[in-house]
Each structure stands twice: as structure tokens, then as C-alpha cells.
Design a protein around this ligand. Structure first.
Ligand SMILES: Cc1ncc(COP(=O)(O)O)c(C=O)c1O
Length: 427
């Protein structure tokens, strides 16, 4: 459930009308609902409550510090993948004792900064990385705690570009050789192996991969303990899917059912790194139609949001529901099924102004006839939307607004043309 709904045929975020927000802040505009964000975070906290998990919001998903602060205020920690994300997490009120550091390519300066800030666990993905963490920790007179990130080699479960637990991807330590590697780490003077980490991929719409991962993890934890490692933490990553098309996603409780018994059996403390589940449906992208045209047997809706604002459709073939903010009387408001035949619509390619054929938000999509100036909402855009945006084609990044009941505030101003050249003119 989210807090974006039509009232008298006008889309609202909580109690605020989207046309009002578009008028105030311009388009393209990311709009977030505080109630939705907190609802989804609390759903995970409740589903896994029995284990009192450390929930490390995956800040890569949407790094806006105002949103991250809301999560820190609710008790969440952070999963960071770079020094930049660590900086953001700390700015948002994160504390090292609840921050985990993931990623295949941590540099020495990043490791040093993490240790200086008390980051409590590194998810280690290679032997070289573990040695580097050891060297840096030693030079600082510290001992680093690490979780071994294992690739459990499961069947494909999501888009190839976001599946992180099939053989041959760059992520994690190979499950077939991880124990040989772990054996060498027993008694390391500056690194303590205290956890197991698995992030299976994203978005995942079934609990089965988690069940399979947990089964493999239980065996591994047992063997790591036999080697002498004191395994206390089990980090199952993120990956819980959300509703992009209709109601296709599982509740957090279904993932808990697959994960909790195994973690209990292992006697471990649980860490989760959810991102998309928390923020995905808490945000929409609002855009304005600039032109429409017919060409090559197709109808194009050219609007002012582009691949630089939301790259998921062209990068991952992702589906986002799109519907007018103020639909005409003769169309559903909104449709029950965006992929079905919808009366009084035409099939459109929804495209942006960027000079790429791959610049689209949707292809062959049923939409009512639109005209210049109409507002469109692209739903479920809160995760990997603004976070993956760029300035390609000299486009200033969109503004972001946070709605809370009947109030709204700017949480990132729209970039200006000066912003586009500032790092160059200041050199
Ligand atoms: C290691 C790790 N943890 C957590 C996440 C967050 O995944 P999601 O947003 O699907 O919950 C990712 C996503 O790429 C990841 O790579």
C-alpha cells in the first residue's frame, strides 16, 4: 500500500495534489511520501522483529539525506558501497556501529575512513580486499570485523544485470573455494571473520531463493565455525521486490518466513540491507508533456523526464506504471491492469528529450490521448531513480520534494546551468 491516490480524478500524494506540486516546484519532479517510506521500513522491522535485526538501509537506492535521516531516526543503520555513501550516511545521522560497508572495490582510503568512523562490519568480496583491510587496520592499530560475502550460486531469479548470486558475476566469494580462503584467515592479527553475507540480487519476487540461500548458508556457517571463526552475524542483504506492474510483490513476512528459522538455527544476529522495498513505492516521477507526434506507425508522447532522470526502463527493461495526473472522464482512474487493453487509450512510446533511441520511460503503452502541458506520473520511481540520474545532454537534475500529510518541502533543489559547469570553472 502506498499513499499516492486519485481524489476526484486528481492524483494526490498523501493530502497534497500533484498539480499543485508541479506548479510550485516545476517538472520533472520526484515526489516522495513520508508515510509510505516509514510504512515499508516498519513492515520489515515488524516481520523480522523476533530476531531484533540490524536493518541497514541500502543508501545506494536513494541517497537523499533527508530521506536517509528519516530512516536513521527510525533506528535504521546503513549499507554503504563507497566512501561517498559513507559520507552521506554519516551526514544523515548514521552511526558506525550500524553501518556495513559492501562493494567489490573498496580502496585503502575508503577502508581507512570506514575504520576511523567505527564502521562495524566490512562485507568482503575477495582475498585481496581482505588483505588490504588487514593492512590498513594494522597501520591504524585496529582490528577490523568482516563478513565473508559469498555467492551461493543459485538459479537465475531476476534481470541478468541485477542478479548477484549466479555463477560468473563479479560479486562475492565463490562458494566452492570460500572455505579454503577462510582457512587462511584463521588467527589473522588484524581481521576477525565474524559474519556471513549474501545478497542474492534484486528485485526478487519469490521467497524461494532466500530459502535456498539460507540452506547453503547454514552449512557454510557450520564449517566456518569448525575452522575456528566465531560467526556471530548473518547478513542476508536486500532484494525484496515491490509492486511495479500491479500487486506482484510479496509482503516482508513471506521473506521473514524463509530467513528467520535458519538464522535462529545458526544462532546468529541478523542484518538486512533493504533498499527498494523501503523507498521504491514511496516515490513517483512527475513530468509534463511537451509534444506528441506520430511517426513510423507509432504515437510518441514526448515529455520532460528522460533517461537521465530515470534510467531503469532502458537499462533493465523495467516496467513503471505511467498514468496522467488528471485523467479524462472516459478512462479508468487508475487502471486495474496497465498491461491490459484499456478503453479510450492509444498505444504510445513515452519518451524524453535526450538524443538517444534508448531514451524512453515506456514503450507501446496504453495511455489516453495527451496534449501539450498534461502532467504524467511515473510510479514506483523512488528506488534507483534519482540515485542513478545524471546530467547527460546538459540536463540539470530534477528537484525532489517530500510530502508529509498536507505539507511538503523541497529536499533537493533543481540543479541550475551553473551547477552543470561548476566543477570545471572552479578548477
Ligand atoms: C550488497 C547489496 N545489498 C543491498 C542491496 C539493496 O537491494 P534492494 O534495493 O533490492 O533491497 C544491493 C543492491 O544492489 C546490494 O548490492
Amino acid at each position: 500500500m502506498d499513499h499516492f491516490a486519485y481524489r476526484n480524478r486528481v492524483l494526490h500524494c498523501e493530502d497534497v495534489s500533484l498539480p499543485d506540486l508541479a506548479e510550485t516546484y516545476g517538472t520533472p519532479l520526484y515526489v516522495y511520501s513520508k508515510a509510505t517510506l516509514l510504512r515499508h521500513l516498519r513492515e520489515i522491522q515488524t516481520a523480522f522483529a523476533e530476531l531484533e535485526p540490524t536493518i541497514c538501509y541500502s543508501i545506494k537506492t536513494n541517497g537523499n539525506i533527508h530521506l536517509a535521516k528519516l530512516m536513521a531516526d527510525e533506528g535504521a543503520g546503513f549499507d554503504v558501497t563507497s566512501g561517498g555513501e559513507l559520507y552521506r550516511a554519516l551526514k544523515a545521522g548514521g552511526v558506525g556501529s550500524k553501518i556495513v560497508f559492501a562493494g567489490v572495490g573498496k580502496t585503502d582510503p575508503e577502508i581507512r575512513t570506514a575504520l576511523e568512523n567505527g564502521v562495524f562490519l566490512f562485507n568482503v568480496e575477495s582475498e585481496g580486499e581482505l588483505l588490504a583491510i588487514g593492512d590498513v587496520a594494522k597501520s591504524m592499530g585496529k582490528t577490523a570485523q568482516v563478513a565473508l560475502r559469498v555467492n551461493p550460486d543459485l538459479p537465475p531469479k531476476t534481470h541478468a544485470k541485477t542478479d548477484t548470486s549466479v555463477k560468473g558475476v563479479k560479486f562475492g566469494l565463490d562458494i566452492d573455494t570460500v572455505l579454503e580462503f577462510a582457512q587462511k584467515m584463521v588467527g589473522h592479527p588484524s581481521v576477525r571473520v565474524v559474519g556471513l553475507h549474501m545478497h542474492l540480487g534484486s528485485p526478487i519476487l519469490s521467497a524461494e531463493p532466500y530459502r535456498q540461500g539460507v540452506e547453503k548458508g547454514l552449512i557454510l556457517i557450520d564449517k566456518l565455525r569448525q575452522q575456528g571463526h566465531k560467526i556471530e552475524w548473518w547478513n542476508m542483504g536486500g532484494g525484496f521486490g515491490i509492486h511495479y506492474r500491479k500487486q506482484e510483490a510479496l509482503p516482508a513476512a513471506a521473506f521473514a518466513e524463509a530467513i528467520v528459522p535458519g538464522v535462529k538455527k545458526a544462532g546468529c544476529k541478523l542484518i538486512l540491507e533493504p533498499g527498494r522495498f523501503v523507498v521504491g513505492n514511496a516515490g513517483i516521477l512527475v513530468s509534463r508533456v511537451i509534444y506528441t507526434k506520430d511517426s513510423g506507425g507509432k504515437h510518441f508522447v514526448i515529455q520532460d523526464a528522460a533517461m537521465n532522470d530515470l534510467i531503469r526502463p532502458t537499462l533493465y527493461d523495467s516496467f513503471h506504471r505511467i498514468w496522467p495526473v488528471q485523467p479524462a472522464e472516459n478512462v479508468p482512474c487508475p487502471p486495474a491492469d496497465y498491461e491490459a487493453e484499456i478503453p479510450n487509450t492509444v498505444k504510445c512510446d513515452v519518451v524524453g528529450p535526450v538524443c538517444e533511441s534508448g531514451d524512453f520511460l515506456a514503450k507501446n503503452r496504453a495511455l489516453p490521448r495527451l496534449t501539450r502541458g498534461d502532467l504524467l506520473a511515473t510510479f514506483s520511481a523512488g528506488a534507483y531513480g534519482m540515485a542513478m540520474s545524471s546530467n547527460y545532454n546538459g540536463r540539470p537534475r530534477a528537484a525532489e520534494v517530500l510530502v508529509d500529510g498536507a505539507t511538503h518541502r523541497l529536499i533537493r533543489r533543481r540543479e541550475t546551468y551553473e551547477d552543470l559547469v561548476r566543477p570545471e570553472v572552479e578548477t
